[in-house]
Write a protein that binds this ligand. Structure first.
Ligand SMILES: NC(=O)c1ccc[n+]([C@@H]2O[C@H](COP(=O)([O-])OP(=O)(O)OC[C@H]3O[C@@H](n4cnc5c(N)ncnc54)[C@H](OP(=O)(O)O)[C@@H]3O)[C@@H](O)[C@H]2O)c1
Length: 288
């Protein structure tokens, strides 16, 4: 049995996906801009993930831009029926790689069309509206206008389900007045636990919470407690960080990102790890 299956399953839209998935952002070049140094290596990572049982891949057409989706298509198309590719819209990159808002109806429509073309799909399974009201974290404000555009694209058959990213609990609740929200993707990890209440509220509704930067993102997590627990369990600190998220709540879906097959294998093996109560208590002292 693949270790991925040990992570358990969770509903994502009308799919059941393994809770341990893969985030494709690291496959583009440095700064998520331009092509990777070794495109063949990126393709190997994607193929190995799917061969290991991963059936949930997170991406966006603004990774690269376009490059990451094109790599996914090259590596995995035609896609197996059970593969759920989740994308996100509402940002664009300028010529220097800066991340800029792109939330107008025309920009969102273009983004959905770009995702469809570059992924080689006729319909996107899940599209996250990534709030760009704040670039670095959720900021209150209305998302009604961009959601209205996504609902029009959904009505045209281009999107099956809608999720939210970088959103506050209030924005999630407001969006739910307009349409079912199948997942929420915001920054959360063992050292950054600001979304605890939101995770629990979504769990009550059986809605997936998908933490981005599960390993700390561009600055991978470092903590003495992680090292100590890892040594105790004969695991790595990154595996402990992922196992902690899996144990945190059954509605958490993991999308750790890596450009390395060795790291991918290490991350997928985190599903075999069970953290005993003593380890959880020690890890609780990592503040957030
Ligand atoms: N909605 C949003 O606004 C948003 C924002 C950011 C990310 N995301 C999504 O979330 C996914 C995950 O986030 P992320 O990739 O930025 O961050 P992450 O998963 O927290 O960490 C990725 C970093 O950790 C390193 N890494 C991965 N596995 C490792 C291991 N076993 N040992 C040591 N280092 C390891 C990677 O480097 P190597 O490549 O060398 O392994 C990379 O530098 C992304 O792929 C993307 O799909 C969404």
């Amino acid at each position: 049995m693949s270790s991925v299956t040990l992570s358990g399953v969770m509903t994502l839209g009308d799919r059941q996906v393994y809770r341990l998935g893969y985030g494709a952002m690291q496959l583009a070049g440095p700064g998520v801009f331009g092509p990777p140094k070794d495109p063949d290596a990126a393709i190997r990572v994607l193929q190995e993930a799917v061969a290991a049982g991963v059936n949930h891949i997170d991406t966006s057409d603004f990774y690269g831009p376009h490059i990451t989706n094109q790599l996914i298509r090259q590596a995995l198309h035609p896609y197996s029926d059970d593969l759920c590719i989740v994308t996100k819209v509402s940002a664009r990159r300028d010529e220097k790689g800066n991340w800029l808002p792109a939330m107008s109806p025309a920009e969102l429509t273009q983004a959905v069309e770009d995702n469809l073309r570059n992924l080689g799909l006729e319909r996107l399974e899940v599209v996250n509206l990534r709030s760009m009201l704040g670039t670095h974290g959720p900021v209150e404000g209305s998302l009604e206008e961009p959601l209205t555009t996504l609902l029009e694209l959904k009505a045209r058959g281009l999107i099956r389900h809608i999720g939210l990213s970088n959103a506050t609990a209030r924005q999630v609740a407001d969006a739910q007045q307009m349409t079912p929200i199948v997942c929420v993707q915001t920054q959360y990890n063992i050292a950054n636990r600001g979304d605890d209440a939101l995770i629990d509220a979504l769990a009550q509704q059986n809605i997936a919470y998908v933490p981005f930067f599960p390993l700390g993102g561009f600055t991978p997590l470092q903590a003495q407690e992680l090292n100590e627990v890892a040594a105790m369990l004969d695991a790595t600190p990154m595996q402990v960080a992922l196992a902690w998220l899996l144990q945190r709540s059954p509605n958490i879906l993991l999308i750790p990102g890596t450009s390395s097959v060795a790291h991918l294998r290490e991350n997928l093996a985190a599903a075999t790890l069970t953290l005993p109560a003593g380890a959880l208590a020690k890890l609780d002292s990592i503040s957030g």
